[in-house]
Write a protein that binds this ligand. Sequence first.
Ligand code: NAD
Ligand code: HSO
Ligand code: ZN
Length: 434
Amino acid sequence: MARWFTTSSQDFSADFSAFLKEPRGDAADTASAVRAIIDDVRETGGQAVASYTQKFDRFEIDAISLKNDSMSLERLAKDCPEDVRRAVDFAHDRIEAYHAAQNPPDHSFEDGHGMTLGWRWTPLSSVGVYVPGGRANYPSSVLMNMVPAKVAGVERIVMVAPTPDGVMSPAVAYAALKAGVQEFYPIGGAQAVAALAYGAGDLAPVDKIVGPGNAYVAEAKRQVFGTVGIDTIAGPSEVCIIADGSVEASWIAADLLSQAEHDPSAQSILISLDEGYAKEVEAEVKSQLAVLGTEETARQSWNKHGAIIIASSMSEACDISNRIAPEHLELAVAEPKTHLTKVKHAGAVFLGAWAPEALGDYVTGSNHVLPTSGAARFSSGLGLFDFMKRMSVQSATPGGFRHLAEAAMALAEAEHLPAHKRSVSIRFEKGTDV
Ligand SMILES: NC(=O)c1ccc[n+]([C@@H]2O[C@H](COP(=O)([O-])OP(=O)(O)OC[C@H]3O[C@@H](n4cnc5c(N)ncnc54)[C@H](O)[C@@H]3O)[C@@H](O)[C@H]2O)c1
Ligand SMILES: N[C@H](CO)Cc1c[nH]c[nH+]1
Ligand SMILES: [Zn+2]
C-alpha cells in the first residue's frame, strides 16, 4: 500500500520531507560498491570489466575486445518483428525531428565600439551512450540517446548495454542499427561507465557519458563526473500525477503503474484534490496490479515508495510537486494549460487526459532521459545541447581595443596580475595606429 498524506495535517510538511529523503536503492552501499568497481576498472582495465560482466550479467566477454563473438547486432536484428521495426522507425523519425528543432544558432553582434562578439556551437567529439538492460530491454532508450547525438554531429558515438546471460532483444539491436551505431560493447553497470570514462581494453575513453540506468549506473556517472561530462542523474523512474477527478480513475492508476513497473526503486505519486477519487484510484491500482505481468516489481515500488497526497487546491498541489521536482509530471486536470506556469521543477510535463507519460517514453519525440531524485531542480532532460558545446568568439578593431584597454588594465592591476596588464599595455607601447 502506498503511503497517504493530507496537507491539512499539522505534521504534513515534516512527514513529507522525511518521505522524500528516504533512500531508494540503498544509497550508502551503492556508493561504496560503485567506488570499488570503478577503482578496479582503473587498475586492471578490461580484465575488471570482463570479470564484473561475468559476475553481474553472467556473460563472458574478451578482456581486450570487451566483446563476445556470439553477440552480433546484425544477426539479432533479423529477428526483430515487422511491427516493432515499423514502431522503431516511427519513433526514430519523431525523435529526430524534435531534436533537429532544438538546433541552436550561432550568433554574433557588434557592440558599436569596434568589437565583434558572439558564440559558436560545436558538437562533442565523442560520447558514450548508456542503454539500460538489466531488468528490461529498452530499444526506446537506444533511440533517445543515439538520435540526438547523431543530429548534433558527434563523430564517435559508443553504445554500451548490458546483456544479462548473453541475451539482447532483437528490437534493441534493430534500434541500434537504425540509429547508426558504429561502436557497441555488451557491458553494463558501473563497470561500463568506468570503462567509458577511463578506457578499458579496446574501448578508448569518451568525453561525455549520457543515458539512464539503475542506482548503480546513476551513482557511477556521479563518481566519474569531472573526468568526463555527464548529462544528468537519470536514475530510477518517477511519475507524479496531479488529478482533479476529471480523468477516469483507471487511467490514472495505469499511469502510476507504468512507472512503478520499471524498478522496485521507482516512485509513483498521486496528488489528488479529492479523497474519494484518490480512494478509487488506489482501488484501481490494486486490481490492475493483480493482473500485471510486472506485478512483483510494480508492487514493491508502489508499496515502498508510492504515495497519495490529498491537497486542497491546484496551487497547493503544484507547490508539492515543485518540492518533489519529479522526473515526469502529469496534470490530469480539466484545464491543464492554465496551471502550467505554476510548475517550476519537472523533467517533462504531460497535459490532460490524452497525454499519458508512456507516450513520451516512446513516441512524442521529446526525450525520455530525464532528471530524477529531485535533479529537475537544477537540470533538464537529455537534448541536443547535451551533445554540443558553446564557445565564445570575440574580435577587436584597433578602436575597439582602445575602448576596452583602460578598464582591462585597471582590473589587472587590482588583481595584481602584471603580465595581464602588460599584455594590454604592450599594444599601446608599440605605438601602432591604436
Ligand atoms: N530516468 C530515465 O530517463 C530512465 C529511462 C529509462 C530507464 N530508467 C531507469 O533505468 C533503470 C534500468 O535498470 P536496470 O537494472 O534494468 O538496467 P541497468 O542497465 O541500469 O543496470 C544493470 C546493471 O546494474 C549492475 N548491477 C545490478 N546489481 C548490482 C549490484 N548488486 N552491484 C553492482 N552492480 C549491480 C549490473 O552491472 C548490471 O549490468 C531503471 O531504474 C529504470 O527506471 C530511467
Ligand atoms: N519511463 C522511462 C524513463 O523514466 C523511459 C522508458 C523507456 N521505456 C519505457 N519507459
Ligand atoms: Zn517508462
